[in-house]
Ligand binder design. Structure first.
Ligand SMILES: NC(=O)c1ccc[n+]([C@@H]2O[C@H](COP(=O)([O-])OP(=O)(O)OC[C@H]3O[C@@H](n4cnc5c(N)ncnc54)[C@H](OP(=O)(O)O)[C@@H]3O)[C@@H](O)[C@H]2O)c1
Length: 281
């Protein structure tokens, strides 16, 4: 961001991200660009911490208006909040906390951000979706897709974690080696495989990629992963993880400020940072 335009004084409102490690987070770049574009007297900082209670107490004590919450704190902060939005409660994790005059409310915009990115490219009800991965992001996406009437199937490397998620989502589970020959309308890749610097990796067998299938990879560095490149070449509709990242951030911005998020300014700032070699996470 352009530091010279940034005004910090006694009225500056404080926002930030908590989690550990935060070395690669692009959230400060994205949110500070949004504050600059909207002219808000606000700043967004990174607070590396593994202490869920401490960061919630700090937020209250210092009047921090909004926090993004990332690994390993997304579930751990829940008991310390005053209220948790019903979707976040169902998922069992928050990525956003709003400080509403001392009342701390948690939300999960990973889920709604992913949904918005997918709905830009396809209508979801009655689709059959294969979710690859069973971590926090898979869980958030799985619950919101289930709410939308999507028929799910989970595939994961570790059987136990995969089966647990499938049980929560009341859907079938398959091992990664059972993906071949599986047919789906939508594939959502939620593992870190393919993320820089391992850009030539993918765990999706090319043969399951069929024309018109919708393929989303939530990895956003690179913006076009090997999976998305293969999918595009085979005539699939592709959805980049960058759209999810932008929309989860845009929704955070509107929850915190109550104003329309400047999505274009946020996108340009994140793309510029990625072009300049920022690793993202
Ligand atoms: N675009 C966005 O806005 C956005 C938002 C959130 C997260 N993300 C990205 O999504 C990824 C996952 O995040 P998360 O919070 O869900 O992480 P997580 O809770 O640690 O889960 C990671 C999942 O990936 C699987 N996995 C990891 N390495 C693997 C490998 N080499 N081969 C096969 N499976 C592997 C794990 O399988 P096991 O169960 O077998 O360990 C697990 O299912 C991260 O790269 C994160 O940066 C993107």
């Amino acid at each position: 961001m352009n530091q010279s335009k940034m005004k910090i004084d006694q009225n500056t409102t404080l926002f930030g991200v908590v989690g550990f490690p935060l070395g690669h987070t692009l959230s400060p770049v994205m949110h500070n660009a949004a504050f600059e574009a909207t002219g808000l007297n606000a700043v967004y900082l990174a607070f590396p911490t593994k202490d869920p209670e401490g960061c919630v107490r700090g937020m209250r004590a210092l009047g921090i208006r909004g926090l993004s919450v990332t690994l390993p704190l997304k579930s751990a902060v829940l008991p310390f909040l005053d209220e948790v939005d019903p979707l976040a409660k169902m998922i069992g994790a928050v990525n956003t906390v709003v400080n509403d005059r001392g009342r701390l409310v948690g939300y999960n915009t990973d889920a709604s951000g992913a949904l918005k990115a997918m709905e830009e490219r396809t209508a979801l009800p009655n689709k059959r979706c294969l979710i690859l991965g069973a971590g926090g992001a898979a869980r958030a996406i799985g619950f919101i897709l289930r709410e939308k009437g999507v028929a799910l199937c989970v595939a994961n490397r570790s059987h136990q974690r995969g089966k647990e998620l499938a049980l929560s989502l009341q859907c079938p589970y398959i091992g990664l080696d059972e993906m071949e020959g599986r047919s789906a309308d939508l594939l959502v890749q939620t593992t870190p495989v393919g993320m820089a610097p391992h850009v030539e990796e993918s765990i999706v067998p090319e043969s399951i990629l069929r024309p018109h299938m919708v393929v989303m990879d939530i990895v956003y560095n690179p913006v076009e992963t090997k999976l998305l490149r293969m999918a595009r070449a085979r005539g699939c509709v592709t959805v980049s993880g960058l759209r999810m990242f932008l929309y989860q951030g845009a929704e955070q911005f509107s929850l915190w400020t109550g104003i329309e998020p400047p999505v274009e300014a946020m996108r340009l700032a994140v793309e510029k940072a990625l072009r300049e070699g920022h690793e993202g996470n």
